[in-house]
Write a protein that binds this ligand. Structure first.
Ligand code: FES
Length: 122
């Protein structure tokens, strides 16, 4: 009955927790409408990269930054960073980073991307 757990040490469990790469998408009232496209973009990119065992997507409650939403938390091996005003394109970049891929910005779109970022979205 305890065969598997008898072989797992406390250190193994702590290592697994700290090695996690998770994108938490706010499902609070202000971010709720934007959450499904973000979740869809993240899940699709994870499938494209075959990173289902590396990067997870979860829902979370209000992060207290509602006016700057939609917001996400990126947890990378125990480090947690909140990102505000996230678009489907930027969440794909976060997935790429967590999966060990460099963000892809085509040369022709580089200036447009910077301008869009300065405006607060894509
Ligand atoms: S509802 Fe998303 S930060 Fe408050």
């Amino acid at each position: 009955m305890f065969g598997f757990w008898a072989q797992v040490s406390y250190t193994d469990v702590v290592s697994l927790v700290h090695m996690s790469k998770v994108i938490k998408i706010c499902r609070g009232k202000s971010c709720l409408r934007a959450a499904p496209p973000l979740e869809q973009a993240a899940e699709e990119r994870i499938r494209q990269l075959h990173a289902e065992d590396v990067v997870k997507v979860e829902a979370c409650g209000c992060l207290g930054k509602c006016k700057q939403g939609p917001n996400i938390i990126v947890e990378n091996d125990g480090r947690s960073v909140t990102h505000r005003g996230v678009s489907p394109r930027t969440i794909v970049q976060r997935v790429d980073e967590l999966a060990g891929k460099k963000p892809v910005i085509e040369p022709g779109n580089a200036q447009r991307s910077v301008n869009d970022l300065l405006k607060g979205g894509f």
